[in-house]
Design a protein around this ligand. Structure first.
Ligand SMILES: N[C@@H](CCC(=O)N[C@@H](CS)C(=O)NCC(=O)O)C(=O)O
Length: 234
């Protein structure tokens, strides 16, 4: 018996190190936010691959942790009050890990809310809009005759890139001069937009040089390079 034995997800993905944070994920732009954060903080953790090929995210064990059937999700066996803490939604997980370690979020309240503001900007804007653009440009949606939805998400993605470019013209990172969870939340999505989605030309990525400069600095971080491939695909 250990703190994880009471979680059904442990039946499908048994913990070999139940004292460590358990990560249930896949290296997608939302998934790698958490593996990058775990690599950056140095917290001990155990990754488990949730394969979409076998619809693992729809299994009763996964749904018992995240009823919204989305990766990433975690269990911290040593959460607040020493009790296990299950958590889903990448933004909530990033905030939790930042508060747990005191890393990548400032203590000063005003600076702290700057970071939270840019995390929310990613969660409510960048992720959903870029994700829709990917659907209409690269996946099933590209066959749709009506091109208006695709156009809408292209325009919205360009607009968001413009907001970030302006910000990054005056700041090294999104929330200011310090690298933070706002960057960990956002740059995997920008990398995905120009990489996997092959939408760089479509959104005129060359018009956003400050975003490109920060993306380059982000992917050059060793913890980012590691986190981008965790959990390893089977
Ligand atoms: N708002 C969620 C979004 C998570 C999300 O969309 N995850 C995708 C992969 S990037 C997923 O699990 N999709 C599986 C499905 O929809 O069945 C978060 O940030 O954690």
């Amino acid at each position: 018996m250990n703190a994880l034995s009471n979680f059904a997800i442990n039946d499908k993905w048994p913990a070999r190190h139940p004292d460590r944070i358990q990560l249930y994920s896949l290296p997608t732009p939302n998934g790698v936010k958490v593996s990058i954060m775990l690599e950056e903080t140095g917290l001990p953790y155990e990754p488990h691959l949730v394969s979409f090929d076998t619809n693992d995210q729809m299994s009763p064990e996964f749904l018992s942790l995240n009823p919204n059937n989305k990766i990433p999700a975690i269990i911290d066996p040593n959460g607040p009050g020493g009790q296990p803490l299950p958590l889903f939604e990448s933004g909530a997980i990033l905030l939790y890990l930042a508060e747990k370690t005191g890393k990548f979020i400032p203590v000063d309240p005003a600076a702290r809310y700057q970071v939270i503001q840019w995390v929310m900007f990613q969660m409510g804007g960048v992720g959903p809009m870029f994700g829709q653009l990917g659907f209409f440009h690269r996946f099933a949606g590209k066959e749709y005759e009506d091109k208006r939805p695709r156009e809408r998400y292209v325009n919205e993605s360009k607009r968001l890139l413009g907001v970030m470019d302006k910000r990054l013209a005056e700041n090294k990172w999104l929330a200011g001069d310090e690298y933070s969870i706002a960057d960990i939340a956002t740059f995997p999505w920008i990398r995905n937009l120009v990489g996997f989605y092959e939408a760089g030309e479509l959104v005129g990525f060359k018009d956003f040089p400050h975003v490109a400069r920060a993306l380059e600095a982000f992917v050059a971080r060793p913890a980012v390079a590691r986190g981008l491939n965790i959990p390893a695909r089977g």
